[in-house]
Ligand binder design. Sequence first.
Ligand SMILES: [Zn+2]
Length: 349
Amino acid sequence: MKPELERAPGAALSLRDFAEQGALYEGLIRTLRDGSYVHAYLISGPAGIGKRSLAHLMAQGLLCTAKDVEKPCGACPSCQQVRDGNHPDVLEVRVGGPLCPSEDAKKKDITVGQMRNVVREVGQHSFVGGCKVVIVEEAEKMNRSAANAFLKTLEEPPEGTVFLLLTDKPEMLLDTIVSRCRPLKMHPWRDEYVLQVLTTRGMDDGLARRAVAVCGGSIGRAMDVAGDEDYWKQRHDVMQDFFGLASRSDILTVSGAWKDRKDDADALLDDVEDLLRMLMLVRLGRQDEAMLQEFPQQWQSMAASAPLESFINLMDAVTEARRLRSNNVTWQPVLERLLLRMMEEKSKW
Ligand SMILES: [Zn+2]
């Protein structure tokens, strides 16, 4: 049977759609079959990779009431309720989301008030008689007192409760929380698989290929950027200005043009880094050189034969620019230094 993702645009996902995640998928199928789940999981992986979808499918699997079939069945009333977001034994926690006391509603992190409500809820009996599932999105946004309030429950979890913590920044969580969760680390999807998903959902082949090249294996990010005209416009500008630089005398012109686009600064550095990564992936033989058509000739030559060290230098130049920016160093000189380092590497080819 073909996975749902490949079958119809907008169709509900099934756990089988995660088969490409390999050991993680096999382990989950086994866990749901044997009922051998632990009380807390930490689902990590890049933004847009599918952590929330996986958590909802796990919740379905844990609460599914069908007999003698692979769980989740996706069709029983319990699976449907989880999918519709109204199962009484699934609690979802996110910044400003449900369980959020009104005084916390405008906060930018997950508050102690929210986590106290979670602790109180999981102390009650389940409505349906099975387990309770708590999904915490962007778990790294629990502030310190929220994390501490939660930690006690994680240390002595009420029977029949499963916590699913989601994060793309696991390094920002307290070690004491991480160590009490079983890790489920999602890895980037293969480019061919993302392409297949996008085109099956009706996306134009050319646009899908461009989105795949920039999404880092994240299906969610590929779908976001594909429809975002501003993104492609800025990327075009970055290509023209940063990679199309002809001589040193252009550096001032380009840095001058970008110095006022402060709101675009983070996205600019992300774009430069993405484009450099594309060049490096072609050099490593992991991406087709046809992806480089937009790049000026010198960059294409570099991708064909430069030593890996050159790419590492360039990536380092972006990291340096990011660091200087976060230290509030004046933006235009930071840009000039980045442009100069790019110019120097490129002119060797
Ligand atoms: Zn079911």
